[in-house]
Design a protein around this ligand. Structure first.
Ligand code: HEC
Length: 132
């Protein structure tokens, strides 16, 4: 599964970097990052959590780097929800900080809770786009 994602990500990197490719690449980075964080929690592996956080951060930055223009990623009829999308992107970043802070003070339960909040933030934006 991971290998498959890696392959897809490299194919996307090789192909010309238009906006849609960039969006896909950022999302795959975040997917891989979230996987690494989860593996880290399950296997008690802090470095996996740390590298996962780095990946998710770089992924969401690619996305938020578009001068906050979330409207163009939203389907017709959903453009008015751009602020909800933007807030969920902000919440991804904020919850990553909470994971880090709690790992530092060895509060693994709170850190895992924050990981759940990161996932919620992903789902919140996807729910707008995919009309879940
Ligand atoms: C601000 C909105 C937003 C946030 C936040 C967001 N995404 Fe996405 N995501 C999108 C859009 C737009 C697409 C492309 C449309 C689609 O796939 O439905 C997408 C697609 C994806 C895809 C590709 C899915 C597919 O069907 O191929 C993955 C994987 C993904 N996101 C992972 C994540 C992860 C992991 C997070 C959280 C860490 C996240 N996303 C947070 C907007 C967002």
């Amino acid at each position: 599964m991971k290998l498959r994602n890696l392959l897809i990500a490299s194919i996307i990197m090789i192909s010309s970097a238009n906006a849609a490719d960039e969006l896909k690449l950022s999302m795959f980075k975040m997917e891989q990052g979230m996987n690494q964080i989860q593996v880290g929690f399950i296997h008690h592996n802090k470095s996996s959590i740390a590298s996962g956080i780095k990946l998710v951060r770089s992924g969401i930055k690619l996305y938020t780097g578009k001068e906050g223009d979330f409207r163009k990623f939203l389907p017709e009829g959903k453009k008015h929800l751009a602020n909800v999308a933007e807030n969920s992107a902000k919440n991804v970043l904020a919850s990553l900080n909470v994971i880090e802070a709690n790992i530092k003070i060895k509060n693994i339960k709170k850190a895992a809770e924050a990981y759940g909040n990161t996932m919620n933030a992903c789902a919140k934006c996807h729910s707008i786009i995919r009309s879940w």
